[in-house]
Design a protein around this ligand. Sequence first.
Ligand SMILES: NC(=O)c1ccc[n+]([C@@H]2O[C@H](COP(=O)([O-])OP(=O)(O)OC[C@H]3O[C@@H](n4cnc5c(N)ncnc54)[C@H](O)[C@@H]3O)[C@@H](O)[C@H]2O)c1
Length: 314
Amino acid sequence: MRILVTGGAGFIGSHVVDAYLAAGHEVAVVDNLSLVGGGRRENVPPQARLYEVDIRSDTLNEVFAEFRPEVVNHHAAQASVKISMDDPLYDADVNVMGLLRVLRACSEYQARHFIYISSAATYGTPAELPLKETSPQNPESAYGITKLAGEFYTRMWHDSFGLDYTIFRYANVYGPRQDPMGEAGVIAIFSHRMLSGEPVRIDWDGEQSKDYVYVGDIARANVLALERGKNETFCLGTGVPTSVNQLYERLSEIVGSRPPIVRAPKRPGDVRLHYFDITKARELLGWEPETDLSEGLQQTVAYFRQVLEQASRG
Ligand SMILES: NC(=O)c1ccc[n+]([C@@H]2O[C@H](COP(=O)([O-])OP(=O)(O)OC[C@H]3O[C@@H](n4cnc5c(N)ncnc54)[C@H](O)[C@@H]3O)[C@@H](O)[C@H]2O)c1
């Protein structure tokens, strides 16, 4: 299949590109290598064509006209909760106006299937646990609101214009290529800082617990979605919560040192506990996370070790 991955130079999108290529698909990437996200040219393998294009620009239509994607996998986004609160107009510009331009191009150039990436942030404080597809969504950040708006637009586009869709709500995704300099992505931040011999910051009392899912498993779900579970919404996680304190313990064992901890207050909007019920993805997609936390953390540390070694060699 010809698959266009928006945001395919970013952390998760680039793993999705790798998985589609490995499954034998023809892949192109649209990414503006945004200064504030995880987009890097070197994340895109040479077999995938990179269009360095902003999804909000008119050039997007030229990409569709040239590549003629059958499937559009939409990972491009303003993906930071903090930035969304500092600059909600920018967040909505990329996550809503950008999305609408991608959807419009899908219709204009007859793409068949649209894969939209949503987030656990659409739930806000969980009304029930574990969170499932039908749990109430009450987003508490600008990012959560724009991601939820995207879900509604995606379903409306199907109902009104016939574009098949898959919606994935990701839990906390981690793994190689995650930006360790962001304000989120605790596993990347801790791994990078621990390997660099720097202290790590733990907010609140460190007992806040989230569902951490390995990026390779997330990429595999995006491959499965090509064949199964059309016009459905899925929660993707592990179903298992892990606290920040537990992450500190497990990562320091892998790294082989216990860096000092800097304590900080609870961050506004941080949630005490969330984890997903993944029964629907198991049943309809045939998807199951295969990388347990220990293995995923080891892979992540190994990646950052390599990055730091390369940097020290210049
Ligand atoms: N990381 C997580 O835990 C997580 C959880 C839930 C959902 N998501 C979603 O997954 C997707 C990927 O997130 P990520 O963590 O890989 O972040 P990322 O920043 O690494 O990836 C986003 C990509 O989109 C690109 N981009 C941003 N604005 C663009 C624009 N205007 N035009 C073209 N490209 C643009 C960036 O350059 C980057 O490559 C996002 O939609 C995000 O909302 C991520």
